[in-house]
Design a protein around this ligand. Sequence first.
Ligand code: FMN
Length: 488
Amino acid sequence: MVKRQLPKPTELLELMQFKKPELNAKKRRLDAALTIYDLRRIAKRRTPKAAFDYTDGAAEGELSLARARQAFEDVEFHPSILRPAESVDMSTEILGGPSALPFGIAPTGFTRLMQTEGESAGAAAAGAAGIPFTLSTLGTTSIEDVKRANPNGRNWFQLYVMRDREISYGLVRRAAEAGFDTLQFTVDTPVAGARLRDKRNGFSIPPQLTVGTIINAIPRPWWWFDFLTTPKLEFASLSTTGGTVGELLNAAMDPTISFDDLTVIRELWPGKIVVKGVQNLEDSVRLIDAGVDGIILSNHGGRQLDRAPVPFHLLPQVVREVGKDATVMIDTGIMNGADIVASIAMGAKFTLIGRAYLYGLMAGGREGVDRAIAILRSEIERTMQLLGVSSVAELEPRHVTQLTRLMPLAGAPAEAIGGGAPRVRAVSDSSASSPSRGAGAKAPAKKSSTAARTGAAAKASGATKSAAAKTAEAGTSSAGRSSAAAGS
Ligand SMILES: Cc1cc2nc3c(=O)[nH]c(=O)nc-3n(C[C@H](O)[C@H](O)[C@H](O)COP(=O)(O)O)c2cc1C
């Protein structure tokens, strides 16, 4: 029987602690966003469809992007308990300089199209957060204006080597003069990927006013107000304009770029040079041997080759092969600070975010980018605390395992073509058979219970017994990831 009483006025008063309403609508909107996906929802509401889809979309069936995000979602963390970590140090050293957080902002083209503050907002927010900002060759803010927006922070420049080499070389010189400290040489864009959403939307640069765009503009008046009342949207560093993004890219890019271009740029550029868009082990090794300062495992956020390797899957074998002293970075699919923690644990020195930053920008300009960085920062901090680590350097492969649903299949061996069951191939087959050059590399090669599970899964899905066993023995990326945790 519940005993009842009349509520006391003092107790009632205690309960009635109304929060002061937030009068600033933008702050209210951004404060309500707790995740990057929340920012994405706001961005979608506020941005014209063609511009949102250009940012949000990827190439062809958008499988590369979906798989990269899925790979992060399939991470399982393994915390250590009773390790007091009241505060965590999220800072790191990257390419000869500091970064307050283990991620920076990736280069993105046409950024002022998404929201008029564009690259200036990104650079200023990055500077305030103490992380590097990368300006794209296809940026809509000049090298010098980015420097003005982020005068004391680290600015990096992304280079596309164009048909007209002199244009590219001129940009390299300007970025060096403006004090940019790192050059990212993007190599995954010999031709433009097929961005089907752009084609379906009839998306062009600059945007054209059609009946469709005008109808779509009605619920988004602020975007159009910004667009029509701020300087014309054009490339800050290039004179080419007009046409779809694919047409622009194909006109500007040279499909014949090669290692020789890397040599020329190396001579022109006084700072650090990293190659962005590396997608296999062989190229990783070749580039590190060629003396680049770092590589970025990336499939361009899924915007180029669809069904490309998932960078997070590639990471452990590359780190194992090139060694712990090489600077291996990663991007594509990062939507949560936990994705960044998992990447660092698996041996990445640094990570880059593309869309996560752009969703913030579209949701609220500079403050929106601040919010995106703050969300990722708090997710990184909380994940590290819950894992029982107090610095980035303490993150290790033992903290991460992964579900194995995305195991790659072998590239059509003769017996499989002849009708045999598909073989499950370890992504680290080649590194397992060649001696590791990175003796101290973080990624382990030990056999584990996950490897055994992988084998069981392979068997269950119809793989041959020997293939399953081979997978388990080779110490696959999944197996490698799990060895310490599962073994302890
Ligand atoms: C809208 C957009 C434009 C991009 N433009 C460029 C570019 O000009 N140069 C480049 O190297 N990468 C470009 N990228 C790729 C990013 O640098 C980065 O590799 C990718 O966004 C990472 O994936 P994420 O968006 O899932 O974080 C672009 C990505 C997006 C989303």
